[in-house]
Write a protein that binds this ligand. Structure first.
Ligand code: FAD
Length: 485
């Protein structure tokens, strides 16, 4: 006997679980299917984000930052630490405990909101009524500890993404690591290689460098952090190099060789450097972080004619509708930036559209954050994008060096940068490199969502002493009237 639901969500990551909760809030009888297993084989909803992404990476970034501070910066505050030691197993255990808190939190939220949770793999079987081509709903099989068949009048696909492997060098998660293996290396590697200097690579590289690894980053692109505002990216690169990160740009990676699985071995990487010279790098572990691919494994998308693009992403319209009636898709499995908060916003918007409301996601005000030290965060257009489209703009910057709170923190790297329309003064982009950029960016997101001008921010009272005063000063700088610089 199949169980019928108003909405069946396939995937319990940030896109899926948030969509399911919003559907339930709107009065729909909702099911969410997720196949992620914890080490005991039990359910672990939350997807990549909770299990091997946002949450565990931030837990390790925090722990490794404490370690680095204790070893290198406490002395500046007059605090001596004798025999600083690292209990890596405990640090990794703490990270696992943080992940579990989040898994359990989602299961609790499902109960609280009366979302029916199914642990297993969800696959399309067929349209309920073939004559209606899916208008009557879809039959979804769940393969888990027990087999079930569900009927969803509406279906939301949120099956996420997987790490992209280097051709010819598959992940073994022992020597050649994806984000998954990179989050559970059992001992600090002496030498760590990183292919790809994107968000995930830089965050993972930071963790292991702080814990003592010598980290070399090989990046194919000729510029560092090409998507980031150039001035901000240069400032960040300077800081990372000063910390000891070796960054080689414009390289072409060739053969990657590693020992057999189960054998401790080194990884050798042959590559051509930016000048075209043949080079090689030998490391104890290699993290490959060259992007992610949409995941439709086991969904049986072809069986029902679900349309995919050339990247394997599910094709959706501006409102996340697929080519199949009553079937929606959100998050990493569709076009757009692979960010947890984008997936969540789409999940909420789809639930509201199913309810006949006007769900809305503003792609122009999605914030980006890289949780390195210094942190990098931005919203809106970069200066190079404004130049490319011939926009008339004004820029204002303010360095953390001139901010009292940053001096008190002992962290004065970086700046806040405002870009505003030359005529109307509307904020077009805000870019931050420096302490707590991840938190500071929210003010800019709110401002841009409300179409504020830089003058608006400049006239708002900001607490003293706070890092947010650098935001106000950068807004003042647009009109060349900073007060503290
Ligand atoms: C190391 C790392 C750090 C990151 N840090 C950040 C960050 O700081 N901020 C940020 O915004 N983003 C970050 N991301 C990206 C973020 O994790 C993703 O954008 C986000 O998880 C996408 O959410 P999603 O719901 O689309 O998919 P996912 O989180 O991938 O969830 C998909 C879920 O669907 C399940 N599933 C798949 N197929 C089926 C099926 N057929 N049946 C049942 N279940 C299925 C999967 O098991 C999984 O649980 C990070 C990613 C990584 C790898």
């Amino acid at each position: 006997m199949s169980k019928t639901f108003d909405v069946v969500v396939i995937g319990g990551g940030p896109g899926g679980y948030i969509a399911a909760i919003r559907c339930a809030q709107l009065g729909f009888n909702t099911a969410c299917i997720d196949e992620w297993k914890n080490e005991k084989g039990g359910p672990a909803p939350g997807g990549t984000c909770t299990n091997v992404g946002c949450i565990p990476s931030k837990a390790l970034l925090q722990s490794s930052e404490h370690f680095e501070h204790a070893g290198k910066h406490f002395a500046e505050h007059g605090i001596g630490v004798k025999e600083l030691s690292l209990d890596l197993a405990k640090m990794l255990g703490r990270k696992d405990a943080v992940v579990k808190q989040n898994n359990d939190g989602i299961l609790y939220l499902f109960k609280k909101n009366k979302v029916s949770f199914f642990h297993g793999r969800g696959s399309f079987v067929k349209a309920v009524d073939a004559n209606q081509g899916g208008k009557g709903g879809w039959e979804i099989a769940v393969a888990g500890a027990t087999a079930e068949t569900l009927v969803g009048k509406q279906v939301i696909i949120a099956t996420g993404s997987n790490a992209r492997a280097l051709p010819g060098a598959p992940f073994d998660e022992e020597n050649i690591l994806s984000n998954d293996g990179a989050l559970r290396i059992g001992g600090v590697p002496r030498k760590l290689g990183l292919i790809g200097s994107g968000v995930i690579g830089l965050e993972m590289g930071s963790v292991w460098r702080r814990l003592g690894a010598e980290v070399t980053v090989l990046e194919a692109l000729p510029t560092f952090l090409g998507a980031v505002d150039e001035q901000i990216a240069k400032e960040a690169q300077k800081a990372f190099v000063k910390q000891g990160l070796k960054i080689e740009l414009g390289v072409q990676v060739g053969d990657v060789k590693s020992g057999k699985k189960g054998q401790p071995s080194q990884v050798s990487i042959a590559y051509t450097d930016a000048k075209g010279a043949a080079q090689s790098l030998v490391v104890d572990k290699l993290i490959v972080s060259i992007g992610r691919v949409p995941n439709i494994t086991g969904l049986e998308a072809a069986a029902v004619g679900l349309k995919l693009d050339e990247r394997g992403a599910i094709v959706v319209d501006g409102e996340c509708r697929t080519n199949l009636p009553g079937v929606w898709a959100v998050g990493d499995v569709v076009r757009g930036p692979m960010l947890a908060h984008r997936a969540e916003e789409e999940g909420v918007a789809v639930a509201e559209r199913i309810a006949g409301q006007h769900g809305h996601v503003n792609f122009n005000t999605i914030p980006w954050v890289i949780y390195t030290s210094p942190e990098i965060a931005w919203v809106g257009e970069t200066e190079q994008q404004l130049k490319a489209r011939g926009a008339a703009y004004k820029a204002g910057t303010f360095p953390f060096m001139a901010n009292g709170r940053a001096r008190a923190l002992g962290d004065t790297t970086g700046m806040v940068k405002f870009l505003a329309d030359a005529k109307t003064d509307e904020i077009l982009g805000v870019h931050i490199v420096g302490p707590m950029a991840s938190e500071l960016i929210s003010e800019a997101v709110v401002a841009m969502e409300f179409k504020a001008s830089s003058e608006d921010i400049a006239r708002i009272c900001h607490a003293h002493p706070s890092l947010s005063e650098a935001t106000k000063e950068a807004a003042l700088a647009v009109d060349k009237r900073t007060l503290n610089f």
